[in-house]
Design a protein around this ligand. Structure first.
Ligand code: KDG
Length: 336
């Protein structure tokens, strides 16, 4: 080897060594891939940016974070299964499709359970949220924090939904979740469970008439392009779970695990704030796109709520009686 080549080799060896020097003895080089079903401009994108920046600061840039959007790595359930087998690091998923893994998560799908964002935050960030998070490690999953999917509203291509009768016969896509299926069947619709990634095309081709999601999703996933009506039903508040693969988490040092946990909370606060600000803007964009948006009168809403009461009893056994008791107690305490 010539002197020049030797010098070049030793400079690049030094460079490689410098690049691979961990931020601290407890922080190694890591790559985190995050699967998401929603689009990058959804408020989850703001949360991921904040979490990534926090991670970069806390690890001195030793970790690479790559987010994949619009189901590019598969749907929520497939991604969660990849986490369980240790082949993917993170998924940010609505809790609802994950009932196939942990039935207790169905508690968040009970119709009209949560009535405000403040209530949701107190429930999820409090003892009850921790109680549910503690169920995940037995499924090889770690819940780092709860972000906001939000209050769900019905959109459709047929008519304004203003009363119980208006749901009748509508072909509605629901999440792959028996509680949503029961709720929408009870409301008189022809409900079809479907993965999120298939919804736009199903609406576009007319295979279904309707779907239900928060305004930010109707906006950022462009459902408004293939829908004509949106009704402010607020029939459920669903959280996002920021899930990490336990087999991979277990290879992280205590310091690294703490970075993950704390940065997911930094992301959570940014994401929830963005979700609440963007919700108003999304609603405006939906209206500007020409969709008819309607509220439901208190009298008609009371009838809708009454109609779905039976869902609580029918799903209690699947969710677990203790889980339902605990959520009711936690909400009673939050409501004072
Ligand atoms: O991956 C995207 C989903 O977690 C989320 O948007 C789920 O609300 C959801 C739906 O309707 O499928």
């Amino acid at each position: 080897m010539t002197l020049k080549a030797l010098l070049a080799a030793s400079v690049s060896a030094t460079l490689i060594a410098a690049l691979t020097v961990p931020a601290s003895a407890e922080v190694s080089q890591r790559t985190i891939r995050i699967a998401n079903g929603i689009a990058a401009d959804h408020p989850v994108g703001d949360g991921v940016d904040a979490m990534t920046q926090c991670i970069a600061e806390r690890t001195d840039g030793a970790w690479t974070v790559n987010a994949f959007w619009s189901s590019a790595l598969g749907d929520d359930l497939q991604s969660a299964q990849s986490l369980r087998s240790g082949t993917l690091e993170m998924v940010i998923s609505s809790s609802s499709p994950l009932v196939a893994i942990e039935p207790a998560l169905g508690v968040f799908d009970l119709p009209f359970l949560i009535s405000s964002e403040q209530e949701a935050d107190a429930l999820l960030d409090g003892e009850f949220g921790q109680y549910i998070a503690d169920m995940m490690p037995k499924h090889n999953l770690v819940n780092l924090s709860y972000w906001e999917n939000g209050f769900r509203n019905l959109s459709n291509s047929l008519r304004p939904v203003e009363s119980l009768e208006d749901f009748k016969g509508m072909r509605v896509r629901v999440m792959q979740n028996n509680i949503f299926l029961d709720t929408f069947q009870t409301l008189g619709t022809n409900a079809t469970p479907m993965a999120f990634g298939e919804v736009f095309t199903a609406l576009e081709t007319g295979a279904i008439d309707a779907q239900e999601n928060p305004y930010v999703t109707i906006d950022t996933s462009r459902f408004f392009e293939v829908q004509d009506y949106v009704s402010n039903t607020r029939h459920a508040y669903t959280p996002f779970m920021v899930l990490f693969s336990k087999p991979i988490f277990d290879t992280y040092s205590a310091e690294e695990q703490q970075i993950l946990q704390e940065c997911s909370v930094v992301g959570r606060d940014v994401q929830r704030k963005a979700s609440r600000t963007l919700s108003e803007q999304s609603l405006q964009r939906i209206k500007d796109a020409g969709l008819e948006v309607n509220d439901i009168s208190p009298e008609n809403m009371a009838k809708i709520r009454e109609a779905v009461q039976g869902v609580y009893e029918r799903s209690a056994a699947t969710i677990g009686a203790e889980v339902v008791e605990r959520v009711n107690a936690a909400l009673a305490e939050i409501r004072g």
